[in-house]
Design a binder for this molecule. Structure first.
Ligand SMILES: *Cc1c(COP(=O)(O)O)cnc(C)c1O
Length: 401
């Protein structure tokens, strides 16, 4: 299993997944991006610039924090939290956007576009675009514009334009379609900052590499704080960037179990979910081959999750390869478990997780019993929950108006 860390291959494949399934018009742009990134990623000046931004602008390193009351609650393993919720703009997304905006700058692109689901990637992109004074357009499903109104307003305050997308289910997949359409049309001056480890090569690799700072910090912090690597690392999986970022530096550590948590929505049995690794088949979406929720004719089927950031029928190709190889395991938790978990963590720890992140916490109900008190679990707290308060209130039957 040693070669897992060296993927993708030069054609962008992680095993049989990934690749570049795009129209001719995009091939040149992807090649240019691949070449620029390959050149810059080992350039000491570029590395130093990113490191400085991660420290001074994002606020890294994020703490590794012992969740004492949560540990007592499960009375099993020690539960530790990697606090990506404390990053500037409130989630792991900024790790990727600070890196990609520097690629855009190096390539001389003046116009930035991005898709967003929960709005966190839209905010993180608008933030770095504002900082460099670049024009910025964010595509967002109309349904998400409604359920994430706070983030929509944040994006506008940052000077970016929000384009609501009405097609399909009016969620993340449709926003990605529109962003790709914009990119094809404006390829000369436009840089597309993809928000997860999805899309055609080289994006899954680039977004993973920029998020891998999380796993690299965890390697160091876990040794410093509890003198071993974690026994298991748990992260929620939408497109899969926060999970890939914390998993990747541990792929060669076979004693470290890697557990991804997908959105089971109304339940895996109901078909109303967003869990392609648990209940999907390989197919092609947004330029890459990966597990996908599709019908018997290969048509993408509608997804459902309470959490806008996980409401996506596909998943990053590297996760598909980790699933098939058995290096990582993927489970799913439903909306009700997530809401219960949101309340539990908030009350027990004084930390209000994003609904996406609450999926990772909800997994504890299923797996905590498998570990002993001398074992260590780390949960990647991908983001904070302020953006979700309206959704939580509605689910609780409370009106905030
Ligand atoms: C966007 C988002 C996710 C899901 O995206 P991944 O690429 O799967 O990490 C998870 N948590 C938070 C807080 C997010 O904003």
């Amino acid at each position: 299993m040693n070669n897992l860390t060296n993927l993708p291959n030069s054609e962008g494949f992680f095993g049989e997944y990934g690749g570049k399934f795009v129209p001719e018009t995009l091939m040149h742009a992807l090649k240019e991006l691949d070449e620029t990134y390959s050149k810059l990623k080992n350039n000491p000046k570029f590395i130093e610039e990113i490191d400085q931004d991660l420290v001074q602008f994002v606020g890294r390193p994020s703490p590794l924090y012992f969740a004492k009351r949560l540990t007592d609650h499960y009375s099993g393993p020690q539960i530790w939290l990697k606090r990506e919720d404390l990053n500037h703009t409130g989630a792991h997304k900024i790790n990727n956007t600070v890196g990609q905006i520097l690629l855009a700058k190096a390539m001389g692109k003046k116009r930035i576009i991005a898709e967003t689901g929960a709005g966190q990637h839209g905010v993180a992109t608008a933030t770095v675009a504002a900082r460099l004074g670049l024009e910025c357009h964010i595509y967002m499903g109309a349904k998400d514009v409604e359920r994430q109104s706070l983030n929509v307003y944040r994006i506008k305050l940052l000077g970016a334009e929000v384009h609501a997308v009405d097609s399909g289910t009016a969620t993340l997949k449709d926003a990605l379609n529109e962003a790709m359409r914009d990119w094809v049309t404006n390829i000369e001056d436009t840089y597309y900052i993809i928000g997860s480890v999805t899309g055609p090569h080289p994006y899954p690799m680039i977004v993973r590499d920029f998020n891998a700072i999380v796993g690299r910090e965890l390697r160091k912090q876990s040794i410093e704080q509890f003198s071993q690597y974690p026994d298991a690392i748990i992260a929620c999986v939408g497109g899969g960037s926060n999970a890939m970022g914390i998993f990747h530096p541990f792929l060669d550590e076979s004693n470290v179990e890697l557990i991804g948590v997908e959105a089971a929505g109304s339940g895996l049995m109901s078909g109303m979910h967003a869990a392609p690794l648990n209940d999907g088949e390989p197919g092609i979406l947004h330029g890459a081959k990966s597990y996908l929720m599709q019908d018997e004719n290969g048509q993408v089927i509608d997804t459902h999750s309470v959490s806008a950031g996980l409401d996506y029928p596909g998943v990053g190709p590297e996760h598909s390869n980790l699933k098939d190889s058995g290096r990582a395991n993927y489970i799913a938790v439903d909306d009700k478990e997530v809401l219960d978990s949101f309340h539990l963590i908030t009350k027990l720890e004084g930390i209000m997780p994003a609904l996406e992140t609450a999926h990772a916490f909800a997994a504890l109900d299923h797996i905590a019993k498998n570990y002993k008190s001398n074992q260590y679990l780390v949960i990647n707290v991908s983001g904070r929950g302020d953006k979700d308060i309206n959704t939580v209130a509605t689910m609780d039957g409370i009106s905030l108006d």
